[in-house]
Design a protein. Structure first.
Length: 173
C-alpha cells in the first residue's frame, strides 16, 4: 500500500469532485446520489456509489462499496493510512465499517441531518473514546455542491411521483 501523505485543501477538493462524479452516476441509475473514493498516497484504492436498490443489498452504500473494492485491491480488510472522500456524511453502518477497516481520515461533503454519524445525529466519527481506533473526520468539503446534488435528486423524485399520481400542480418545487 502507498505511504501516507499530507493532504491539502486542493487535494481534498480534487478527490471530492471524483466522489461527486460517482454520486452523479448513482443518481443517473435512480439511486440516492452518494459517491465515495478511498485514497492512499495520492492513488485511488477503491471507489463506490450507492446501489442498494439495483443490488437488493441494504449495505450497498457508496462507502461500503469503496471499502470492499480497496480491500480486494490491497488484499487486506485493514486499510490504514487511507482517506475516504464521500459526498454525504456517513451513516452509523458506514462509520462502523470505517472504524473496523482502520481508515485514517474521512472527508465528507454534505451533512446528513437525519442519520449522520460524524456529529449531525450520532457521534461515531470521530469515534467514541471506547473504540480502539480513532480517525480524523472533516466535513463540508464542497458541501454546498454535494447538498445541492441530493436536493435536486429528491426534488425530481417528488415531481415525478406527483406526475404519476396526477398531482403535479400541488407538489412544491
Amino acid at each position: 500500500m502507498p505511504e501516507p501523505r499530507e493532504s491539502t485543501a486542493l487535494e481534498d477538493s480534487h478527490w471530492m469532485r471524483q466522489a461527486i462524479a460517482l454520486a452523479e452516476r448513482a443518481g443517473a441509475q435512480g439511486e440516492v446520489p452518494v459517491g465515495a473514493v478511498l485514497v492512499a498516497g495520492g492513488q485511488v484504492l477503491g471507489e463506490g456509489w450507492n446501489c442498494p436498490i439495483a443490488t437488493h443489498d441494504p449495505s450497498a452504500h457508496a462507502e461500503i462499496r469503496a471499502l470492499r473494492a480497496a480491500g480486494q485491491r490491497a488484499g487486506n480488510y485493514r486499510l490504514p493510512a487511507t482517506t475516504l472522500y464521500v459526498t454525504l456524511e456517513p451513516c452509523p453502518m458506514c462509520a462502523s465499517a470505517l472504524i473496523h477497516a482502520r481508515v485514517a481520515r474521512v472527508v465528507y461533503g454534505a451533512r446528513d441531518p437525519k442519520g449522520g454519524a460524524c456529529g449531525s445525529v450520532f457521534h461515531l466519527l470521530p469515534p467514541d473514546q471506547r473504540f480502539n481506533h480513532r480517525l480524523e473526520c472533516q466535513g463540508d468539503v464542497l458541501g454546498q455542491e454535494c447538498g445541492d446534488l441530493l436536493c435536486r435528486f429528491f426534488q425530481q423524485r417528488r415531481r415525478s411521483g406527483a406526475r404519476q399520481a396526477g398531482l403535479e400542480g400541488l407538489v412544491p418545487q
